[in-house]
Design a protein around this ligand. Sequence first.
Ligand code: ATP
Ligand code: MG
Length: 423
Amino acid sequence: MSFKQPLKAGAVIATLDVGSSKIACFIAQMTDDEGGFEIVGVGHQASQGVKSGIIIDINLAESAIAHSVHAAEKMASRVIKGYPLRDVVLAVPATSSESHFVDAHVQMMRQNVTENDVRRALAKAQVKAQKEDREIVHTIPVDYVLDGHRGIQNPYGMSGQLMDIDIHMLDADFAHLKHISQCTEQNHLDIVSLCSSPYAAGLSTLVDDEIELGSIVIDMGAGVTSYAVFQSGRLLFAGGVPVGGQHITSDIAHGLTTSLADAERLKTLYGSALATISDEHEYIDVPMVGEQNARGEQHVTRALLINIIQARLEEIFEMVRQGLEDSGVEASICRRVVLTGGASLMPSIPELAQKILGKQVRCAQTLKVKGLPDATSGPAFAVSMGLISYYTQRPYEMPMEIASYGESKSFAERFKGWFKENW
Ligand SMILES: Nc1ncnc2c1ncn2[C@@H]1O[C@H](COP(=O)(O)OP(=O)(O)OP(=O)(O)O)[C@@H](O)[C@H]1O
Ligand SMILES: [Mg+2]
């Protein structure tokens, strides 16, 4: 669809990813009118008041958000003078969102299908799908049926009288969004768009062929492991489980009777998803919780540490496999899996994922975008980067854009209204 590119050269957009372990804010400036951009500000901060992607302490979350936003603004101020950060694209965690499948039909106005017909159908479907306690995040047409003929990918210009559209609609928990908007309001941010986290992670890390031919992105965070299924250039499904890297750390702390801080250090220094024979003979020093001197240290084989990690990772990938099976989408046609998120940095993780999911697995490459500091180019920042791609490239999937054009103006007003209600 030919929706207008929302940003012109020189315009600025910010993103906010409120994760379970870190809160990241990116500021991008458009370099042309076609969606090209560079990063001019980055701020990230240890997360507080967030559990499995959900806000559990609004005051703590608000101040952590403020720190990362201010850091990003400070960096951006070297390039953009006097810029008050305002428009922000927000990541929606998979733990608060759900994929639904709806269909909509319209009678064509003219002989050939026009953009107006498609938007009318989508806007109608949005009004029908709207619920009090949910907010629609994405409205994505996945299949068009024209006078009974299925499988049409691009109906524009085709002749027909009646069109059915199969739509993937992803919605999110209204209460969660309201809590986040309470935090952003204090930081003078205006949420202009929402985007599912694993969807954003896929947009910044999958290559065009992977999005076209069918791939699954698994974003392995601290408190959430979320997944998104892509095919024919579209998002078919997104889901997630409230388990992630923090659970691995806590298993290590319990299993080896050590503190969470030491467990995290041992995990990143000596951890792996799969043990090798040599790990049976390598010993590591593990400080015992509460002990302060060397007498309180135990020596365990690296294999023991890895077994703990492997057991939890196997459970996570089994849950993802089950979620994909239950989703009803043909995830089996996707041969490719791409891992993102901080927890995907674990050595040997693609091999383990491959064994359980039965697909070709690769880890996401380092993000390469002009202006992005090396420290924030790793897989943990794939969501932040993808939010910019989403906002600049896919306005036709945004409920507010669809509604503002069609018959359902009231929906747009509701959407805008609640974001602004706390101002
Ligand atoms: N080198 C590493 N090896 C293994 N795990 C790592 C490594 N580096 C970071 N992690 C883990 O990655 C997790 C953080 O990832 P990320 O920043 O993607 O999470 P988040 O976005 O804050 O959380 P979520 O998306 O779950 O809400 C932590 O659990 C951390 O222990
Ligand atoms: Mg995350």
